[in-house]
Write a protein that binds this ligand. Structure first.
Ligand SMILES: Cc1cc2nc3c(=O)[nH]c(=O)nc-3n(C[C@H](O)[C@H](O)[C@H](O)COP(=O)(O)O)c2cc1C
Length: 135
């Protein structure tokens, strides 16, 4: 059963920052509002707190392999809200050095449009099916 979809408006800009292990250190207001968490609930939690089960593992492997090489990753992500609904974003994730001199990662996200959601939804469905049959 699919949960309820939250469709972002054209002005939404969702930002989060993590440490080098993917633990959330910052989430902006748009991120909290759409994900349905407070900043306090998110800070200190692993970023997979909003992982949606429809996302294939390989998408996140690509993300981590890219940012750990000090490169920028862009891609489409379906996330889960606190009430088990979902929302799609187009994300740009990149490495930076935080104020303590440690490696950190930032993700900036905008709305994914309907045609993008349809294509990536189908692609991820296929990848997920492949992952399930290959275990
Ligand atoms: C800056 C940053 C932002 C991330 N944003 C998301 C996100 O919005 N949704 C998500 O499911 N994973 C996100 N991830 C990836 C998670 O760290 C994690 O790899 C992913 O949720 C898969 O979870 P798993 O490793 O437990 O399978 C992000 C990672 C980083 C470094």
């Amino acid at each position: 059963m699919q949960g309820k979809e939250t469709v972002l408006d054209d002005y939404s800009f969702l930002v989060s920052q993590t440490d080098k292990k993917g633990v959330i250190t910052f989430a902006n207001d748009d991120f909290c509002k759409i994900a349905e968490y407070t900043a306090e609930e998110l800070t200190g939690k692993p970023h997979n707190i909003i992982r949606h089960p429809d996302m294939p593992k390989i998408a996140f492997k690509g993300l981590w392999d890219t940012i750990e090489k000090d490169e920028i990753w862009t891609g489409y992500v379906k996330n889960q809200t606190k009430s088990k609904g979902f929302y799609w974003v187009y994300a740009t994730v990149y490495p930076l050095i935080d104020r303590n001199g440690d490696i950190a990662y930032m993700s900036c996200r905008r709305k994914a449009h309907r045609d993008e959601i349809e294509s990536y939804g189908l692609l991820y469905e296929k990848l997920l099916k492949d992952e399930r049959t290959n275990v």
